[in-house]
Write a protein that binds this ligand. Structure first.
Ligand code: ADP
Ligand code: ZN
Length: 432
C-alpha cells in the first residue's frame, strides 16, 4: 500500500531544501542528454552554477518545439535500453512529442497519482473506474497504475461505450470515476436515457475530472448531476501525465507536488517572473525524473499560484484552475477572449446544458462569433421565452467578453460529441 505522508506534509523550508538537492542532481544528470549538454555549453553554463533555487533562472527555457526538434529521443538523459515505456502526444500540429520513462519514473508516477487519489479520500475499499482512453493518452495508464498503487479495485473501462460504462458502474459498485468533464456530462445524459438514477442506482461518490479546461460552474453542474464530489486533476504528458497537481478536499486550488516539480509563473511575452499571485504561463522543472528530465519547460498553460495557506495543512503550492492554454486564446476584433470565460457565463443559466460550440467566421469582411449551446431538458417551443433568454445570454456575454456573439439555442443532443477532449472552438475565419 502506498503512503508518503512525510512528503505530503513537508514544511516550506523542508520542501525547498529537497528541491535544491533534487534540482542539482537533475542538472548533473541532464549532462547525459545530448540536447542539454549542448544547451549548457552554448550558454556557458555548468551544473556547478546552480547553487540556489534562484539559480534555476540561469537555465534557458525548454519548449515544445525543442521536443519536436529532437524527436524522438534527443532529449533523453539515459541510454535507450534503460527506458521501459514511452508516451507520445497526438502530433496533429507537427512532429509528435515523445516522453520516455524508466521503471523508476513509472513507479514515481504511480506514487504521485496514488497520493492525489488518497488526498481526496479514496482508499483500498473503493472501486475506481477509469473512462480515459488507454494507450498513448496518459490518462489511461497513468490513473490505472496510480489507482492500483493505492490498492483499489481498478476497472480499466477505457473510453467510449457509455452504456457499458454505466453497467460497470452499477454492477461493480464503482465508487470513483475518472472522466474528462465533457464526458462526465455525457455519462449523466445516457444515464437519464437508461433510467439510471446515479444517487439511487450507483455507489458513486467521487469524480476525478481533468485533462481539459473547465469552469467552476461546470464542476458544480457535474457534482449536482451525478451526486458526487468532483476534484480537478491537472497533468500533461511532458510531465508524465496525471498526478502533477490535484485538488484536496477543500476544492480551492490544485496542490502541485513540489517534491516532483519546481513551479515558475512567467509573463509569456517577456518571460520574466510575474508578481506573486498574478496569472502567467506555467513553467515546470522536473526534479524527480530519470529518463527525460525537462528543465524550465514552458507548458503554455495559463494560471497563477494562489496566495495563502490551504486549510488542509499541506504546504505544497496551489495552482488556480487553468484559464486555458496561451494558444486557446481567441483574438476577435482586437479583444482577447478565453473560451472558459464564455463557459462561466453560459453555465450560470440553468436553462442551458454543459455543451456548447464557439464558431468564428468571416461574414463579409467582419469576423463574427457564433455560440451554439444546447438547452437542458426544459426545451420549450415558447418562442418569446427563448428569445428573451437569448437576449439575456447575449447581454451578459457582451459584458464579459466585450464583443457581441450570435447565440443559437439548440435542442439537447444537437451538438457533435467527442470521446476525447471536447472541441469547444472552431475557427473558420479567413485570413487576408
Ligand atoms: P495534449 O497536449 O495532446 O492535449 P496532454 O494529455 O498531455 O495532451 O494534455 C495536457 C494539457 O491538457 C495541459 O497542458 C492542459 O492544457 C490541459 N489540461 C490538463 N488537465 C487540465 C485541467 N485540469 N484543467 C485545464 N486544462 C487541463
Ligand atoms: Zn489543501
Amino acid at each position: 500500500m502506498y503512503l508518503h505522508k512525510e512528503l505530503e506534509t513537508m514544511t516550506r523550508p523542508e520542501i525547498e531544501k529537497l528541491q535544491l538537492e533534487r534540482l542539482q542532481k537533475t542538472v548533473r544528470h541532464c549532462m547525459n542528454s545530448p540536447f542539454y549538454k549542448k544547451r549548457f555549453e552554448e550558454n556557458n553554463l555548468k551544473p556547478e552554477d546552480i547553487q540556489t533555487l534562484d539559480d534555476l533562472r540561469k537555465i534557458p527555457f525548454t519548449t515544445k518545439q525543442d521536443l519536436r526538434d529532437t524527436y524522438p529521443f534527443g532529449i533523453a538523459s539515459v541510454p535507450l535500453e534503460k527506458a521501459t515505456r514511452l508516451h507520445s502526444s497526438s502530433g496533429t500540429t507537427g512532429n509528435p512529442t515523445v516522453i520516455l520513462h524508466t521503471q523508476k519514473d513509472l513507479d514515481e508516477w504511480a506514487n504521485a497519482v496514488a497520493r492525489c487519489l488518497h488526498m481526496v479520500g479514496l482508499r483500498p475499499t473503493d472501486v475506481f473506474q477509469n473512462s480515459s482512453g488507454y494507450g498513448m493518452f496518459t490518462g489511461g495508464l497513468g490513473f490505472q497504475y496510480g489507482a492500483e498503487r493505492l490498492g483499489m479495485l481498478t476497472v480499466p473501462a477505457a473510453a467510449g461505450n457509455t452504456k457499458r460504462q454505466i453497467k460497470f458502474m452499477t454492477d461493480f459498485g464503482t465508487t470513483a470515476v475518472h472522466a474528462i468533464p465533457s464526458y462526465a456530462a455525457r455519462i449523466y445524459e445516457v444515464m437519464q436515457e437508461l433510467g439510471v438514477d446515479p444517487r439511487r442506482d450507483t455507489k458513486l461518490k467521487t469524480l476525478i475530472i481533468g485533462a481539459e479546461p473547465h469552469s467552476e460552474e461546470q464542476r458544480r453542474r457535474i457534482e449536482e448531476m451525478l451526486g458526487v464530489k468532483a476534484y480537478n486533476s491537472f497533468g500533461m504528458s511532458e510531465m508524465c501525465g496525471p498526478g502533477v497537481a490535484f485538488e484536496c478536499t477543500e476544492q480551492n486550488g490544485l496542490h502541485i507536488w513540489e517534491d516532483y516539480y519546481i513551479v515558475e509563473i512567467v509573463n509569456p511575452e517577456t518571460l520574466e517572473p510575474v508578481a506573486e499571485g498574478e496569472v502567467g504561463e506555467l513553467v515546470l522543472t522536473t526534479i524527480n525524473r530519470e529518463a527525460m528530465p525537462l528543465l524550465r519547460y514552458r507548458t503554455r498553460d495559463l494560471t497563477r499560484v494562489l496566495p495563502g495557506e490551504c486549510p488542509c495543512g499541506r504546504h505544497h503550492k496551489r495552482l488556480d484552475r487553468m484559464k486555458g492554454r496561451s494558444d486557446d486564446m481567441i483574438i476577435l476584433k482586437g479583444v482577447n477572449i478565453f473560451p472558459i470565460q464564455i463557459e462561466t457565463i453560459l453555465l450560470q443559466f440553468k436553462e442551458l446544458s454543459t455543451d456548447y460550440l464557439i464558431t468564428l467566421e468571416t461574414v463579409d469582411t467582419n469576423d463574427e462569433m457564433t455560440i451554439e449551446v444546447e438547452l437542458n431538458d426544459m426545451f420549450t417551443d415558447d418562442y418569446a421565452r427563448l428569445q428573451s433568454l437569448t437576449r439575456e445570454i447575449t447581454r451578459q456575454l457582451k459584458d464579459e467578453i466585450l464583443v457581441t456573439p450570435r447565440i443559437k439555442l439548440m435542442p439537447k443532443g444537437a451538438l457533435p460529441k467527442s470521446e476525447g477532449k471536447a472541441v469547444r472552438v472552431k475557427d473558420l475565419r479567413k485570413t487576408y
